[in-house]
Design a binder for this molecule. Sequence first.
Ligand code: PMP
Length: 385
Amino acid sequence: MVYLDYVAGCPVDRRVIDEMLKYFEHPGNPSSVHSKGFEARKIIDDARSKVAELINASPSEIVFTSGATESNNLAIIGYAMRNKRKGNHIVVSAIEHISVINSAKFLQKNGFDVSYAPVDRHGKLKIDELEKLIKKDTILVSIQHANPEIGTIQNIQEIREVVECALHVDATASLGKIEVDVEKMGVDLLTISSNDIYGPRGVGGLYIRSGVRVNPIIIGGGQENGLRGGTENVAGIAGFGKASEITKREWKDESERMEKLRDRLLNGLLKIEETYLNGHPTERLPNNASVRFSYIEGESILLSMDMENIQASTGSACTSKTLQPSHVLMAIGLKHEEAHGSVVFSLGRWSSQQDIDYVLEKLPPIVERLRMMSPLYVKKKKGGE
Ligand code: PMP
C-alpha cells in the first residue's frame, strides 16, 4: 500500500500507542479527590507541558479539546461571544478550513458582520487587502498558518503587523512540518490537532494567550479551567503529549526528508503533459504535492490509483461529500474544470522513496487512459492534428 493521504488521516505512532496503553486501564477521573484522581490529573498536566513546549507556550495557555474543529469553534465563536461589546466584525481568509468558515457563518447568523480576506493565485493572503478590511469594530482575524489542500504557507509575522485586534491561527496542517512558535508568530489563539502529529484522533488543543478571554462552547463541570466541560480523555491526552514530545525532537529531520521526497514526486508528476502545480512554488508545506491534470476528474484518478493500492485525495476529506469544487481552489482563481482535475498527495512519517517511485510508475498510464476517455481531450488532440 502506498498511502499518500496523511492530510486526511495519519496512523498513530507505535510509541504513542505504547504510552496510551498504560492509561486505558487507569480508572481515575482528574477531578476526583483521591490518589487515583491525583494520578490522572498528573498525566494530563504532564501532557499539557509537552504540548505547550512544542509550540513555545506556557502549560496554563493550553486547553484540550476533541480536535481541530472544536478548537476552531472555541477560538472563533468563544472569542466573539466573550468580546462582543468591543465590536461585532470578524475577518477570516477565503481559504480557511470549513470549520473556520462555518464558525464565521454561525456568527453571521447571530448578528456579527463577517469579511473574507482574499488570496492570490498561489494562495498567499493579500495582506494589503486584509488591512483594508479591518475596521474600528473588528475584534478578531482568523488566518491559517498553512493550507492542507494546496500547501501554501502564510507569513504570520507579517500578518500580525497589520492586525491590532486578536489574531487566531489554525496551525493544524503546519504543526510538525514547519516551525510553530506562538511567541515568534505573536498570535493570541492557535489551533492544533493530535492526529496530524501522529497522535490519536479525537484530541486537539487551543492555545489561548494569557490574558485573552473566551467563552466556553461546551458547558459542563468547569474542566479545562472552565473552558471545556466534560471529563477529560486521559489516555487520548497522554497520547497527544507523547506525540508532541516526539514531534519536538524529530520534526526538522523529518521535514527535510519529506521535502526531498516531495520534490522527487513533483518533478515526476509535472513531466506529465498539461499537469500543473497548485499553491505556492516555494512557500509550501514540505509534505504537500498538489497538482491538477487537465481534461480529467480527480475522483476518477483516485479510484484508478486505489486499484493500484495508492491512496491520495482530491482536496479536503471534510467537504468531499458535497461534490462542490473546493472553495480553496475557487479562491485561488481556478476554473471549475481545473479544480475538478486536482489531486493532493500528502506525505508523512512513513513515506519512502519506493512509494514515490511506485506512484511515478503507475500514474502516467492512468492519466493517459483517462484522457483517452475524455471527450475534451480527444477533441483537442484531433484539433491539433
Ligand atoms: N483545520 C485544518 C487546517 C485541517 O486540515 C483540519 C482537518 N484535518 C481541521 C481544521 C479539522 O480537523 P478535525 O477534522 O480533526 O477536527
